[in-house]
Write a protein that binds this ligand. Structure first.
Ligand code: SF4
Ligand code: SF4
Ligand code: SF4
Length: 352
C-alpha cells in the first residue's frame, strides 16, 4: 500500500492511498463530526456534516466520500464549514421529536454531541413533528422514527453485517422513514432481533427495551468480558449500574465479533440476576431436590458413577461437554470419561 501525505488544517499527515479525507483526519486525531459514517458500515455519504474545504475544488466537499490525495490541502474549521455544519444539525434537530431530557440516548447520542460541539442550543428552524407512532412490537427493541435522522446505518448494518435485509427506507419526501420489510411492525417482520441496528444507531431512534429507564449513560460502568453462550468468544461490554447488568453491547474494535452479537449474547443476560438461578449443587433426596455442598455433591456423584459402572458397565454412562466451558475443562471431562470411567461415550452440547 502506497503512503501519501496531505495537509489538514496546517498539519502535514501521512495516510494510506485510498483512504478518505475523514479517515486520514481521524488517524491523526483531527475531529470532523459525522452522523452517518461508522467504521463498520460502508460510507453512506448521507448526513453531510463532515464537509470540509479542499484547496482547488469548488464548494464544500463531503470528507467521508472523497479520497485523500498526495499534496492535498484541506481545511476543516473555516467559518463556511462551521456555518454549514450548524445549519445541517439544526435541520436535523427540527425534523423530529428531539426531547433530549427524557431520551434514552441522551449522553451517548451523536446528534446531541454534534450540537454540543457546534454550540447549538436550539434549532433556528420550525420543528416538524412527524408524529409517527412509536413501534413497541419487538420483544427487545423500541423504534421511535421521530428521532431518526435517516443516516442509513441501521439499514446497511442489517444488510451487510447481520445479512438479514429487514430494513429499508420507505415512502418519499417528508414522509420518508425506515421501514421493516413491507412496512410491518418490527415484531411482525423478519427481524431476528440481533440488535445490530440498535448498536449502530447514532440517536435514540432505536433503543433496547429492557434498558429503558434503568440508568443514564454517566451512571453506568462498562465491564469488558467474553460472552458466556458459545465457543466463538464474542467480546462484549456489560453496562452495569448498582451491581446489576442493565444492557449488553458488542465491543466495536476487537476480534472476533467487531461489535456484533447474536440475540442470546446481546439480550440474554437476565439469567445472571434470576432469583431461581442455581448457586449450589442440588441432590435429589426422597424425590425432592435439596441444596448440597460441593464436597457432598462430588462424593455422591463419584459413588453413583461407580455403582452404575459396576452394575451396568462403563458404556452405560455418557459425558456431555458444555459449549460454555473452556477448551481445557472440556478436555479434562473427555479424559475423565475415557480414562476414569472407561467409555468413549463423549459428546458436546453444541451438537445436540
Ligand atoms: S435522539 Fe439525541 S438529539 Fe434526539 S432527543 Fe435523543 S438525545 Fe436528544
Ligand atoms: S435487530 Fe438485526 S435483524 Fe432485526 S432489523 Fe436490526 S439488524 Fe436487522
Ligand atoms: S433508525 Fe437510527 S440508524 Fe437507522 S436511519 Fe434512523 S437514525 Fe440512522
Amino acid at each position: 500500500m502506497k503512503t501519501i501525505s496531505l495537509n489538514i488544517d496546517g498539519k502535514y499527515i501521512r495516510t494510506t492511498e485510498g483512504n478518505s479525507i475523514l479517515a486520514a483526519a481521524r488517524e491523526s486525531g483531527i475531529y470532523i463530526p459525522t452522523l452517518c459514517y461508522h467504521p463498520r458500515t460502508r460510507q453512506a455519504g448521507k448526513c453531510r456534516i463532515c464537509v470540509v474545504e479542499v484547496k482547488g475544488l469548488p464548494g464544500l466537499q463531503v470528507s467521508c466520500s472523497i479520497q485523500a490525495q498526495d499534496g492535498m490541502v484541506v481545511l476543516t474549521n473555516t467559518d463556511r464549514v462551521i456555518e454549514t455544519r450548524k445549519m445541517i444539525v439544526e435541520l436535523y434537530l427540527s425534523s423530529g421529536r428531539h426531547d433530549c431530557l427524557s431520551c434514552e440516548a441522551s449522553g451517548e447520542c451523536e446528534l446531541q454531541d454534534a450540537a454540543y460541539h457546534l454550540g447549538i442550543t436550539k434549532s433556528g428552524f420550525p420543528v416538524i413533528d412527524k408524529n409517527i407512532p412509536v413501534d413497541h412490537s419487538s420483544p427487545m427493541i423500541i423504534r421511535d422514527m421521530n428521532k431518526c435522522i435517516q443516516c442509513y446505518r441501521c439499514i446497511i448494518g442489517c444488510d451487510d453485517i447481520a445479512v438479514n435485509e429487514v430494513l429499508d427506507m420507505g415512502y418519499r419526501g417528508s414522509k420518508m422513514t425506515v421501514v421493516c420489510d413491507t412496512d410491518k411492525p418490527m415484531g411482525k417482520s423478519s427481524c431476528v432481533v440481533c440488535g445490530e441496528c440498535v448498536q449502530l444507531c447514532p440517536t435514540g431512534a432505536l433503543v433496547e427495551k429492557k434498558a429503558v429507564g434503568k440508568g443514564r449513560t454517566w451512571e453506568i460502568e462498562q465491564v469488558k468480558t467474553t460472552c458466556p453462550y458459545c465457543g466463538i468468544g464474542c467480546q462484549m461490554h456489560l453496562h452495569v449500574k448498582d451491581n446489576k447488568i442493565i444492557k449488553v453491547t458488542g465491543v466495536e474494535d476487537v476480534e472476533p465479533n467487531y461489535g456484533s452479537l447474536c440475540v442470546k449474547g446481546r439480550f440474554g443476560y437476565d439469567f445472571v440476576h434470576a432469583p431461581d438461578r442455581l448457586k449450589t449443587p442440588m441432590i435429589r433426596k426422597d424425590g425432592r431436590l435439596e441444596e448440597a455442598g460441593w464436597e457432598e455433591a462430588l462424593d455422591y456423584t463419584a459413588k453413583r458413577l461407580l455403582e452404575i459402572k459396576q452394575k451396568h458397565g462403563p458404556d452405560s454412562i455418557v459425558g456431555i461437554g458444555c459449549a460454555r466451558s473452556t477448551n481445557e475443562s472440556n478436555y479434562v471431562m473427555m479424559k475423565f470419561m475415557r480414562m476414569a470411567i472407561g467409555t468413549n461415550n463423549v459428546d458436546h452440547c453444541a451438537r445436540t
